[in-house]
Design a protein around this ligand. Structure first.
Ligand SMILES: Nc1ncnc2c1ncn2[C@@H]1O[C@H](COP(=O)(O)OP(=O)(O)OP(=O)(O)O)[C@@H](O)[C@H]1O
Ligand SMILES: [Mg+2]
Length: 239
């Protein structure tokens, strides 16, 4: 028997549009984006350079304000013609985990502290921060490198530390901008499998931009963006 709770929408966008600039310099980065991503889903975002992928992640992460449409995160209306929450920083801290193409770890902190610092920002006691950090690094199979400085980590290790950091506050919505771009295909597969495991175990949603054809089978669903429009989606049988 499958005893997992039924999926529910974590990310809902309707008619989202975003342009930068005005007049001759206007760029319509997103024109009319409607998408729903539910708990446990791992969704891929594909499209040529400039098609709006990063902008879409930044809108979902409440970093870029859209111009039109509405967006609900974890059941809460966040944007409807304007931001409906004043404390977007807190919203991000509580609900959203960002993973970038390159790890951007803090070079002067070891792996443990790179993760712990996020928990400290959220107000946890130092001891608890370190305990949870080590637990997360273990979960991501990089616990043996917990005292290493970023410069001493391999690309794959550093990316897993960065993922641990993105997950530190147990976000339900994980946004990743080409998380495997700097990795070889074996390590890219490991990172994607971890994201899948996480989505399933923590009832989270993962939305990941990728150019990497080799990992497309790791997604439940794929959206393709072109000129700010979603042009095609592919349902995939989850493994
Ligand atoms: N802050 C900004 N100011 C002005 N234009 C922007 C800004 N951010 C993005 N754009 C423009 O919006 C369009 C979409 O950009 P976006 O970064 O979302 O593309 P992308 O699909 O992520 O591309 P890539 O694959 O190269 O990362 C591009 O034309 C880009 O130049
Ligand atoms: Mg981009």
């Amino acid at each position: 028997m499958d005893e997992r709770p039924p999926p529910r929408p974590l990310v809902e966008l309707r008619g989202i549009a975003k342009h930068f600039g005005e007049g001759e310099t206007r760029v319509d980065a997103l024109r009319d984006i409607t998408m729903t991503v539910s708990t446990g889903e791992v969704v891929g975002l594909l499209g040529p350079s400039g098609s709006g992928k990063s902008t879409l992640l930044n809108v979902i992460g409440a970093i870029v304000e859209p111009n039109q449409g509405w967006m609900r995160l974890d059941g809460e209306m966040i944007y409807d013609g304007q931001w409906l929450r004043r404390d977007l920083r807190r919203l991000r801290l509580e609900k959203i985990g960002f993973i970038f193409q390159t790890h951007n770890l803090l070079p002067f902190l070891d792996a443990t502290d790179n993760v712990a610092v996020v928990l400290q920002l959220a107000g946890l006691a130092r001891e608890e921060c370190v305990r949870r950090s080590v637990e997360l690094l273990d979960y991501l199979q990089v616990g043996h490198r917990r005292q290493a400085m970023p410069a001493q980590l391999s690309g794959g290790e550093a990316q897993r530390v960065a993922i641990a950091r993105a997950l530190a506050n147990r976000p339900r919505i994980i946004l990743a901008d080409e998380p495997t771009a700097a990795l070889d295909s074996a390590r890219a597969g490991i990172v994607m499998d971890l994201l899948r495991k996480l989505a399933a175990e923590q009832q989270a949603s993962v939305i990941a931009v990728t150019h990497d054809e080799k990992i497309l089978d790791r997604f439940d669903r794929i959206y393709r963006l072109r000129d700010g429009l979603l042009v095609k989606t592919e349902e995939r049988a989850a493994a």
